[in-house]
Design a protein around this ligand. Structure first.
Ligand SMILES: [Zn+2]
Length: 311
């Protein structure tokens, strides 16, 4: 999700990011999956969204379902296409996908089993690839250990899980989650993500959250858009900018310079310092730990869909 937020910022700041459409579709697919899973999963089980760990290498799992008897790993795709799997390779509308989700989930299972081994947990780990798009479909030759499902098979999947859960288990999902949590790392870009930001290509300043325009006026306590008249408090503007810088900057920490660089003189320096200290935890002088989550994803999605529909 942080990756999508990063691309949102880059898009709003003038970069042409062809990746964004896929990321947004993927995000909607995941949210849809989470809603269904929350509604139909076994009563005592725990759903963990976007589980990321590094043990020993970087692994991201869209969803983890911890039940008393099994661990389920889900890779969620929102392909609007017919997918076919042939000899372990996956084809998307007959085009071969280079980024094979079957490899992704197989790698995730291996990584996750390392954690289980380390913690002496002997439950089964079951991998699934879920196609969420209502018009998506698949066919498979069965040459893989990953179970495939479409969106409309999910309810039945969870129902079966409930009916199979008989008998006592030595494990409580809550305790298991506490163990797994210790391995979880923050949702930052994968160290293998090669598409880093070139700050010189990004527009500076504060843009209107309603129309995306950079033509804004700084008033005493507010910032007003000259294009559409939308007004936001400076408080919101700076918090939004801090969140943006957290996703844009590649380092683990954020410096006040990063904020100044983007605020383009629209915000008072002393006030920026004050707000940084209030919003983020300080690592050492001049360095702050980034936010773990961007609280403005919904606003960004909204602005993105407006700008998209205008084109
Ligand atoms: Zn505006």
């Amino acid at each position: 999700m942080q990756k999508m937020n990063m691309y949102f910022s880059r898009f709003f700041r003038g970069e042409n990011t062809y990746k964004l459409g896929n990321l947004v579709a993927g995000y909607y697919g995941e949210q849809d999956f989470y809603r269904i899973a929350e509604n139909f999963k076994p009563h005592k089980s725990i759903l963990v969204k976007n589980f990321i760990f590094e043990f020993p290498s970087f692994v991201q799992i869209d969803a983890l379902l911890i039940s008393e008897h099994e661990i389920h790993l889900y890779e969620v795709k929102n392909y609007d296409a017919h997918c076919s799997i042939n000899d372990g390779r996956i084809f998307y509308d007959k085009k071969r996908l280079n980024h094979n989700p079957l490899f992704q989930i197989t790698r995730a299972v291996e990584g996750f089993k390392n954690i289980m081994h380390q913690e002496n947990i002997t439950l089964d780990v079951k991998p699934y690839l879920v196609f969420m798009h209502p018009f998506g479909s698949f066919e498979t030759d069965g040459t893989h250990a990953v179970s495939l499902m479409t969106r409309n098979q999910l309810r039945e999947h969870f129902r079966q899980m409930i009916s199979l859960q008989k008998g006592e288990s030595a494990y409580s999902p809550k305790r298991l989650y506490d163990i797994f949590k210790a391995y979880q790392i923050a949702d930052w870009h994968s160290p293998h993500d090669d598409n880093l930001v070139d700050f010189n290509n990004l527009k500076r300043g504060i843009y209107c959250l309603n129309c995306g325009s950079f033509s804004v006026k700084s008033m005493q306590h507010t910032i007003k858009c000259s294009e559409c008249g939308h007004v936001v408090s400076k408080k919101l503007a700076i918090n939004y900018l801090i969140a943006e810088c957290c996703t844009l900057c590649p380092n683990e920490t954020l410096r006040p310079q990063d904020i100044f660089q983007f605020s383009d003189g629209l915000l008072d320096r002393g006030w920026v310092y004050k707000n940084l200290a209030k919003t983020l935890e300080r690592e050492k002088r001049g360095y702050y730990f980034k936010l773990e989550k961007n609280p403005y994803t919904d606003q960004m999605l909204e602005l993105y869909s407006k700008l998209k529909s205008r084109k």
